[in-house]
Write a new protein. Sequence first.
Length: 220
Amino acid sequence: MADLRKIAPLGTAVLLLAGCRQDMHNQPRFKPLAKSDFYTDLRSARPPVEGTVARGDLRADSYLYSGMIPGSDTPGEYMPFPVNEEVLARGRERFNIYCTPCHSRLGDGNGIVPTRGFARKPPSFHIDRLRKAPLGHFFDIITHGFGIMPDYAAQIAPKDRWAIVAYIRALQLSQNASADQIPRGQAMPSPMPKFRGDPGSGATLPESAAPSKAQPEEPK
Ligand code: HEC
């Protein structure tokens, strides 16, 4: 009996402690976007601390994200990463998705949207000024828009923007290349078609003078 009296307080303590137990599956928490009286702005969802950097998004390479030579407002004439076939293929794919509705696959500004009442026709990428425009200029326009053209910063990630820029340069070359730019010993990949008469407006297929058998395949 004396023993029981000794351990009774201990037993009570154990029972009381058990009452305070809180399992992990039952944590106090806020429902998403619920009100909280704890914070002065009453928002339970806290904004990230100023200067928070999302993982992998430090943006230490300012050129990659702006196209401007670091410490200046001058667009640069170099790519922030090397261009290979893969980059160009990606650029062509993104360009064809996002830019061709207005600029056309050729980049001459004859996309479908400007022909259906869009306020202004985009300039051709093959005019002298845009052929000489630095790469950073194109990056900047995709990032911030230009005149009535909206920006594509939300739709196109920075690396894809650069891939498009590289592809635009390739497009420009494709419309302005001359035979002497082809490496010695290599044939012209796609010789200019010869037309019988006027090639027309593009609404109907032009008549070829002689069907060329070397129709270049669409690159993969
Ligand atoms: C909704 C139609 C539309 C789309 C889509 C569009 N553009 Fe444009 N773009 C325009 C128009 C219109 C202009 C001319 C703007 C003006 O003069 O106000 C223009 C101008 C430009 C210019 C010329 C800037 C200069 O210096 O004259 C470039 C380069 C350009 N766009 C690149 C792009 C690229 C790259 C894309 C795809 C990511 C794209 N645009 C998508 C309509 C469009």
